[in-house]
Design a protein around this ligand. Structure first.
Ligand code: 5RP
Length: 218
């Protein structure tokens, strides 16, 4: 199976976690696109979804799935999203699709984070994938220097403006051995909107698609 087929496989597997009759949190990315398509085809009835991006909102709406504002809910049972990297503890790097801020906001509403990913996303240590950081544009140079102080090389993602009007720095050269401490630390830096380390909002369960089918990591 190629990577696209693995994404479709885990997209379908995630249907087992959809709480029928309840509002669902929906992430962003090509794997989530597969999940949204599978959800629409499944016949599972949900009253609506809280979306983490304009991209997912459009796809949900195209399928006739009602999209609710995050302000309309106080709690979600489940949030389903992809990842750029995930380690054996459920800590993730996210934001390859520049939706990390809204993803963290919707994940924060949810009791359970179900991560769907192909097996290439499983890593020992986070940091090989360039770490996305959403920033306030005027802080770009300052934050680039701060990342350099900890061994990171930050590059502005050209031509990208997030759904929130922010910019994205992609940071290479990091080895994130303590994701919780890293997230705490970088989140304090003025100009950082959201760092793409999901440690406080780690996956509760990960459905990992590989040659042998879907493995469930808890
Ligand atoms: C978007 C994300 C995505 O979940 C992540 O980039 C994985 O994307 P894909 O499913 O396309 O590989 O964090 O901001």
């Amino acid at each position: 199976m190629n990577q696209d087929q693995l994404k479709q496989l885990v997209g379908r597997a995630a249907l087992d976690y959809v709480p029928a009759g309840q509002i669902l949190g929906v992430g962003t990315g090509s794997t989530v696109d597969c999940f949204i398509d599978a959800l629409a085809a499944s016949g599972i009835q949900i009253p609506g979804a809280v979306s983490s991006s304009e991209r997912s909102t459009q796809r949900l709406a195209k399928h006739g799935i009602k999209v609710l504002d995050a302000a309309e809910v106080t709690r979600l049972a489940v949030y389903i999203d992809g990842a750029d990297e995930i380690d054996g503890r459920g800590f993730m790097v996210k934001g390859g699709g520049a939706a990390l801020t809204r993803e963290k906001i919707v994940a924060d509403l949810a009791d359970q984070f179900v991560c769907i990913a192909d097996a290439s996303k499983l890593v020992q240590t986070l940091g090989a994938f360039p770490l996305p950081v959403e920033i306030i544009p005027m802080a770009a140079a300052q934050l680039t220097r701060r990342f350099a102080e900890i061994g990171g090389k930050a590059q502005l993602r050209g031509g990208v403006v997030t759904d929130n009007g922010g910019h994205i720095l992609d940071v290479t050269g990091l080895s994130i051995t303590d994701p919780l401490a890293f997230e705490n630390d970088v989140n304090q830096w003025p100009g950082v909107v959201t760092v793409g380390v999901f440690a406080h909002h780690k996956a509760s369960v990960c459905l990992l698609g590989g040659a042998d089918g879907v493995k469930t990591l808890k």
